[in-house]
Design a protein around this ligand. Structure first.
Ligand SMILES: [Zn+2]
Ligand SMILES: [Zn+2]
Length: 280
């Protein structure tokens, strides 16, 4: 069984407040646990702080997979307690750019004047540029691929023998496609999402909002549902909610998109604290 728990579901900027209390205001962070106890963390948005506190004293190794280095996906990194714990080995995986490796790219944020601590001062940190072939972490096989979003950005397909989780938090597969969706082979993210037990996917905008943000790298909820149907996923959790969407707006936007698309799979609007069990 894979267990996936959402610690941060917000896109772009943390959005705490009475209006977002139910879905949550923290930016992207998902905890993934395998049957043998391997812990993988997806993205280091502000939600990672509370996850780090929950992991303290309970694990000796954490593998953090970054999709890309936009601030909403790395802002919590310096507040992730396992990074400062000499008992815990932290491995960070993420995309290099054409000119810089992951370490050099991350150091731009994790160094003064933007942050008081240098990466080199962290006790047991290992950095990995993402390999382009699938790789293993414990009982997981992990595949990544570049997806449609500004700058080097990947999605992840995380599989055990029993289950598959796909994570595409920042993704605009409808960009440049007159009638979305079209052929699977030409659709960004398709090979990562195909047949997944759970797809966690960008659902930042309404269709009207998307019209004003074409090329910004995100999806309208309607595109998210169409992409999930194209990929024949078993379940969809919408994610990366716009900071301007309060709880009632997320309820209404999700209900309207589901009523229009009538998907054959369950759709859940992702909320902080939600947990999904996949596979036997
Ligand atoms: Zn983002
Ligand atoms: Zn982004």
């Amino acid at each position: 069984m894979i267990r996936a728990t959402l610690w941060g579901i917000r896109g772009s900027l943390a959005a705490p407040g009475a209006d977002t209390a139910r879905y949550g205001g923290n930016t992207s962070c998902v905890e993934v646990r395998g049957p043998a106890g391997t812990v993988i963390v997806l993205d280091a948005g502000t939600g990672i702080r509370q996850l780090g506190a929950a992991l303290t004293g309970k694990t000796r190794r954490v593998d953090l997979l970054l999709t890309h280095l936009h601030m909403d996906h790395i802002q919590g990194l310096g507040f992730f307690a396992p990074l400062f714990d000499p008992e815990v080995e932290v491995h960070i995986w993420g995309p290099a750019s054409t000119t810089l490796d992951l370490k050099a790219r991350l150091m731009r944020y994790l160094s003064p004047p933007l942050f008081p601590v240098h990466l080199r001062d962290l006790p047991r940190l290992v950095m990995h540029d993402l390999p382009w072939e699938p790789f293993r972490i414990g009982e997981f096989v992990i595949a990544s691929a570049l997806v449609c979003h500004p700058g080097p950005t990947v999605g992840y397909r995380i599989a055990t023998r029993e289950a598959v989780l796909t994570y595409l938090p920042d993704h605009e597969p409808a960009l440049g496609v007159p009638r979305f969706p079209q052929e699977p082979a030409w659709t960004s993210g398709y090979t990562l999402a195909r047949g997944a037990d759970l797809l966690i996917h960008d659902a930042q905008y309404t269709l009207a909002e998307y019209g004003e943000h074409v090329g910004w790298g995100h999806s309208a909820v309607d595109h998210t549902l169409a992409f999930a149907a194209l990929a024949h996923v078993r379940r969809l959790a919408t994610f990366h909610h716009d900071p301007a969407h309060g709880d009632q707006a997320i309820d209404a936007i999700t209900a309207a998109a589901v009523a229009a698309a009538r998907p054959s799979f369950p759709v859940t609007a992702g909320a902080e604290g939600m947990s999904f069990a996949l596979g036997a």
